[in-house]
Design a protein around this ligand. Structure first.
Ligand SMILES: [Zn+2]
Length: 182
């Protein structure tokens, strides 16, 4: 035991001392005897080396567990996690699964967020629609389509002279009407 010539610079951490002395216990001790000895060592060191798992779902809930049953956590006074190793790994797994589910849900939601571009109504279609509804004069078509003056002029010219979708009928008195070219 004291054969180790390691110099004691500081006061030994009782928890580390407890771990060290526990390591020295024979491997083949029955569990009850091991527990008893552990309590005894802890008592000598003035610490309480058994504790309850804080997890509400703990299968060993209500049972005092040896500190070695708790993963190390240097932030806690006893340098051990508040959850036992079983609960700690379960909690880690659950946390990871939750994150994975969340990421999956986010990825699924993403394409739906994409806004479909609103189909653009072409001015040509608006003009055809107006004519189909009985408008034939430029003024009438403008009232129905609500296209601005220049835009309507360009559209009518395009449809009449380039696309030849429309034809102009000249009426007596110089009036012009637009009809759909046959
Ligand atoms: Zn537990």
């Amino acid at each position: 035991m004291s054969a180790n010539p390691k110099p004691k610079e500081q006061e030994a951490n009782p928890w580390e001392e407890y771990e060290r002395r526990k390591q020295e216990l024979p491997d083949d001790l029955p569990a009850d005897e091991r527990d008893r000895l552990c309590r005894m060592i802890a008592g000598e060191l003035g610490i309480w080396a058994m504790k309850l798992c804080k997890d509400k779902l703990c299968l060993r809930s209500g049972k005092e567990l040896d500190l070695s049953q708790f993963p190390k956590n240097r932030n806690n006074p006893d340098k051990r996690c508040i959850y036992c190793s079983e609960c700690s790994s379960r909690r880690t797994r659950e946390y990871r699964d939750r994150r994975r589910e969340k990421r999956k849900a986010e990825q699924l939601a993403r394409p739906e967020v994409k806004v479909e571009p609103k189909p653009k109504v072409l001015p040509e279609d608006m003009v055809i629609e107006a004519i189909a509804h009985g408008e034939r004069t430029r003024d009438g078509i403008q009232r129905t389509t609500e296209l601005d003056y220049d835009k309507l002029g360009d559209t009518l010219a395009l449809m009449t002279f380039e696309e030849k979708i429309l034809r102009i009928e000249r009426l007596p008195g110089g009036r012009r009407e637009f009809v759909i070219a046959a």
